[in-house]
Design a protein around this ligand. Structure first.
Ligand code: SF4
Length: 376
């Protein structure tokens, strides 16, 4: 989020100023009640609104689930508006309008206006394919605060190949130029991996050329990118913010995944299911509630999925008696399940996990399989 931009916009919007002032979570205050499982209930800060799973691109590393929600199951405009109002009342400050490609929704402008009317900071996460300059101008008029555009490589042919869409790179550059022309803060999202890792510096140069204020680098599988990122930060200090996520495979300690399960954020799927994180459906046996049947406040406090790993009572050793248990919350539940078959286990990324050695062995595996594009 661009802090300067938010301050300026909020200054024109009394409703949002009151909301920012009234959110205890923003200042790090403890919870404001108890969840259905007895754990402290914190206020969520962010809502990921997955408006649709439809997308013209086919990036092989897409984080959407394997079973995508069909168009006919998507929530309508009015339901999204209610969700945004309930989210703001719950304490949420910012909404990420995402997908799939949110531009596939014909009502994206109305959805954005509804989020803004609810007092939320609005961030559009887009492939840029499917959003015209005219649509962008209407989104700006509707109050859009920030845009993130994913760019797959700094070279056109490679970028289009990774995205599985001929012409995507040119369209991304064109929309990025429009975003900057409209004075909307721009972030470039770059996923770095074996096909583009040699151009990590060129990706940052491209983001600077486009006028982005921030570039977010996600490393899928390459350790040496972390070293280059440090050098790039020194070189471009003061010109662009470079955020980078270190791959878990090379860490000794896990990240506090989603800021702690059921603690800081929630995701709403295109069909209305509410998830503690976007991968939560990969854990079998969890019961997710839908905004079609429950209010967001009820789901946040009482849904079985949110309470499954909220607090620390669910933890096993070594997490249960560890001094870091309320710092990293035992790491990622989905990763723990994927690597051990037990979602209650310590995330094997942690060096204290008895399964930690397996992570290094997995990271050492190299395959040259052709891309398996994500298609609906
Ligand atoms: Fe975190 Fe658990 Fe490792 Fe302690 S043992 S550092 S709480 S993952």
């Amino acid at each position: 989020m661009d802090g300067r931009h938010r301050t300026a916009k909020a200054g024109r919007d009394g409703k949002r100023k009151r909301q920012l002032a009234g959110n205890g979570a923003e200042s790090g205050a403890a919870g404001n009640g108890a969840a259905g499982n007895g754990a402290a209930l914190h206020k969520p800060l962010g809502l990921l609104a997955e408006l649709t799973h439809r997308c013209p691109l086919g990036c092989p590393y897409c984080s959407n689930p394997i079973a995508l929600d069909p168009r006919g199951d998507e929530l309508d405009t009015e339901t999204w508006a209610r969700v945004f109002t309930e989210a703001a009342a719950l304490g949420v400050l910012q909404v990420h309008l995402s997908g799939g490609e949110p531009g596939a929704r014909r009502d994206l402008i109305a959805i954005t206006a509804a989020a803004r009317a609810a007092g939320l900071y609005t961030n559009l996460i887009t492939s840029a394919v499917g959003i015209t300059a005219e649509t962008l101008r209407k989104l700006a008029d509707a109050g859009l605060d920030h845009v993130q555009i994913s760019i797959q490589d700094s070279e056109r042919a490679s970028a289009d190949h990774i995205a599985g869409y001929e012409g995507a790179f040119v369209r991304k550059r064109a929309l990025a130029a429009e975003v900057v022309r409209l004075k909307i803060p721009l972030t470039v999202n770059a996923v770095m991996h074996r096909a583009n890792i040699d151009r990590i510096g060129a990706m940052v140069d491209l983001a600077l050329t486009l006028g982005a204020s921030r570039v977010e680098i996600a490393h899928v599988q390459v350790e040496r990118a972390a070293v280059e990122v440090e050098e790039l930060r020194r070189r471009h200090h003061g010109k662009i913010v470079i955020d980078a996520v270190v791959p878990d495979y090379y860490a000794r300690l896990p990240k506090p995944c989603v800021g702690g399960w059921g603690r800081r954020s929630l995701n709403v799927t295109p069909a209305g299911k509410v998830l503690p994180c976007h991968a939560a459906e990969s854990i079998p046996g969890l019961e997710f509630w839908s905004v079609r049947e429950h209010s967001l406040a009820d789901i946040w406090a009482n849904s079985p999925a949110f309470n499954a790993f909220r607090g620390t009572d669910w933890m096993q050793e070594p997490c249960r008696s560890c001094a870091r248990r309320e710092i990293d919350f035992g790491g990622c539940r989905c990763q723990a399940f994927a690597l051990t078959g037990d979602a209650h286990a310590t995330d094997p990324v942690c060096h204290l996990s008895p399964r930690h050695g397996e992570v290094g062995a997995l990271a050492a595996v190299r395959t040259e399989a052709p891309y398996d594009y994500r298609r609906m």
